[in-house]
Each structure stands twice: as C-alpha cells, then as structure tokens.
Design a protein. Structure first.
Length: 95
C-alpha cells in the first residue's frame, strides 16, 4: 500500500467514528478491511480548509507543526523501528 492509500484509509477509520477508531487502536487487525477493500476518505483531509473558506471567505494558508502525510515524521522513524505508544499517547489520540 502506497503512502497516499495508507493516508486515505486512515482517514476512513476516523470518518467511521469513535467506536471504529478505538477498535483499530486496540486491535490493528480491525484496519484490514480498510486496507484490503481500499476504503478511502481523502476528502476528510480537506474539511478544515473548506470550513475556514466558508467562514472567512479566504483561503487558509495553514502551516501546521505536523504533517498528515504518510511517512512525513522522519524523526520518529529515523531508526526504522516502530515504537509502541504509551498510555498517555493513546489518550491524546483518542481526544
């Protein structure tokens, strides 16, 4: 699965709601249908931009601290190994 497909399927998990999101966090195998059936929600990524434009009438020139693009966190993956999230990190993800 390429970077864009991985990003769009992660967005689909978010779009599916809190229960599904929590399910995937608890059991990564719950992500399988999104990946194998290519369930995408790319448009969710542009929701903040559209909301800002709708409210202000202007384009949002966003500069965020973190990129949502797949594989963009080079510092976090520099050694090529995944680090399991601790309880605090999981709680932040669930907010």
């Amino acid at each position: 699965m390429g970077g864009d497909a991985f990003l769009y399927t992660r967005a689909a998990v978010v779009a599916a709601g809190r229960t599904e999101f929590d399910s995937v966090l608890e059991d990564p195998a719950a992500f399988t249908p999104y990946a194998t059936d290519l369930i995408w929600a790319e448009s969710l990524l542009y929701t903040p931009d559209r909301a800002y434009r709708r409210i202000t009438g202007e384009e949002w020139d966003r500069d965020t601290r973190y990129s949502y693009e797949s594989y963009s966190n080079t510092e976090g993956w520099a050694d090529g190994t995944a680090r399991p999230a601790d309880g605090d990190e999981l709680q932040r993800c669930r907010r």
